[in-house]
Design a binder for this molecule. Structure first.
Ligand code: MLT
Length: 271
């Protein structure tokens, strides 16, 4: 039995019995980002959503993190909950980097993948340098400075205009993150491997969801990723980088349809 969740003190959501949906949040968010999914989907699937180390209510572990470590923390949580799998893994942005790593490390645990607002390509040299700049800024000026820099890029024009609650929620959620979590996760993203070679190896049903107005991960990159996997792609209008909060119904419908299809495929298998 892996007792990692106790070692690293991870907090998490676990919604019901039934097939598990492991939902991995983005940077520098927490499991709180999945509240509307827990509410709508939590009774049809067992939503398990960790706060990654350093994020949300989990412990602010110091040092550089890696996507291997974060994927391992997720596996440790499933072990802790005695979920022997397979599960559907849904990752948003950085959570998508972790989901792809989770698939590489534990393919037998993955029944399906949902990749949202994410990409397969690694950081460019410029992006890597920017991670280090952001880490310094977090250490000198605090996480609220990082949140302030990120906030204007995260959401769609429509969300900024019409959904003040979502804007405020996202800002607050970022500000809950520890400096350790921000610095650790920036290193994990900076050093993440190129997942392009993994795409051809993905042999489970996969859904790619992307906001039409995502300013952080260009839609074209997500489309190329979906094509390389042979995944179903859902583009959500009037959503930026956080479609699950900006267009809750469209996002939840896409996930529900995908889970139903998986269930059908599964039933078919056993006839
Ligand atoms: C995220 O939203 O998780 C990150 O901003 C993604 C990234 O910076 O690569």
């Amino acid at each position: 039995m892996n007792d990692q969740p106790e070692d690293v003190g991870l907090a998490f959501i676990d919604s019901c019995d039934g097939m598990a949906l492991l939902m991995i949040h983005g940077f520098p968010f927490s499991s709180a980002m999945w509240e509307p999914q827990v509410e709508d989907l939590g009774s049809i699937t067992r939503v398990v959503a960790p706060d990654l180390r350093g994020h949300g209510r989990s412990q602010p572990m110091p040092g550089d993190y890696s996507v291997e470590m974060l994927a391992d923390d997720c596996m440790g949580l499933l072990d802790f909950l005695a979920i022997s799998g397979p599960v559907v893994v849904c990752g948003m942005s950085m959570g998508g980097y972790v989901a792809l790593e989770f698939f590489r490390q534990f393919p037998e645990m993955v029944a399906g993948l949902i990749l949202t607002s994410t990409r397969a390509l690694p950081d460019t040299a410029e992006a890597k340098a920017n991670r280090d700049k952001m880490a310094k800024k977090a250490q000198t000026e605090g996480v609220s400075a990082i949140a302030a820099d990120m906030l204007p890029k995260l959401l769609s024009p429509k969300t900024y205009e019409e959904d003040e609650e979502v804007v405020e929620f996202v800002q607050e959620m970022m500000e809950w993150t520890s400096v350790e979590g921000v610095v650790g996760a920036l290193a994990a993203m900076r050093d993440r491997p190129d997942s392009t070679p993994t795409l051809a190896e993905i042999d489970v049903p996969t859904l790619v969801i992307h906001g039409a107005d995502d300013q952080i991960v260009p839609l074209a990159e997500a489309e190329a990723m979906a094509k390389a996997i042979g995944a179903k792609m859902v583009v959500i209008p009037d959503a930026g980088h956080v479609p699950n909060l900006e267009q809750i119904d469209a996002f939840n419908d896409a996930v529900t349809d995908f889970l139903m299809t998986l269930q059908d495929t599964h039933d078919h298998h056993h006839h």
